[in-house]
Design a protein around this ligand. Sequence first.
Ligand SMILES: C[S@@+](CC[C@H](N)C(=O)[O-])C[C@H]1O[C@@H](n2cnc3c(N)ncnc32)[C@H](O)[C@@H]1O
Length: 251
Amino acid sequence: MNEPFSPAALAFRDDGTLYSPRHDDIYHSAAGALAQARHVFLRSNGLPERWRSKARFSIIETGFGLGINFLATWFAWRDDTSRSDTLEFLSVEKYPFSADDLQRAHEAIIGDASIMPLADELVAAWPALAPGVYRLMFDSGAVALTLVFADIADALRQALALNVDADAIYLDGFAPAKNPEMWASANFALLTRLSAPDATFATYTSSGDVKRALVQNGFEYRKVRGFGGKRAMLVGKRASIREESLCDALT
Ligand SMILES: C[S@@+](CC[C@H](N)C(=O)[O-])C[C@H]1O[C@@H](n2cnc3c(N)ncnc32)[C@H](O)[C@@H]1O
């Protein structure tokens, strides 16, 4: 799928799920986009609890799509009286929707009136459909969304200059079998550099290639029950550096 940067086409399957003809894959589970975001990405990264101990909580996501994960996170953060002072969310996207299509997709998919005001703010702030880094500010600057419109590898390299230090990683880039570039081992090496030593991650996939890429790049994973009838998904964290390997490195 090594195509140039270009906008996404809005297409739905008969069951109402948003679909990518380019990748022949769906954007979210037929069992519900918001429920999937909450189960797979928030709860599996220990949210909301983990942001309560921090002044600034930072998330990096691979694949912004409709921004359902961002909206679910922003909503949960806003709703939490013990939240961090700020929420930083960086996401990469090579095939963004136009603002009009994003709005149509939100109206069709979100199905929760309390999230719609946030979705409308996102649409109103949506940048031009051109490669680049865009910083969108919400809630008087307490919530920052950085969108990097570029291919994943290039986007993660650009993010190295942005002081990211993610506490949580959302891996959400279409099925590895259909979109292997998104899951290349080199991208996980960049994610290691972009995340804090105690960073966690979650993803709906349990693909063997993803497990190998995670371990090769210093992550520990656990297989847990997936969402919406999926048997398994992966959750985990940056592996701690063992003292003996530190000593080895120092001698
Ligand atoms: C499953 S969807 C993400 C859904 C999204 N996280 C949400 O909350 O709505 C996967 C996304 O990855 C993007 N994508 C696919 N290949 C990519 C690539 N090589 N680089 C960057 N983004 C890519 C797709 O355009 C799509 O928006």
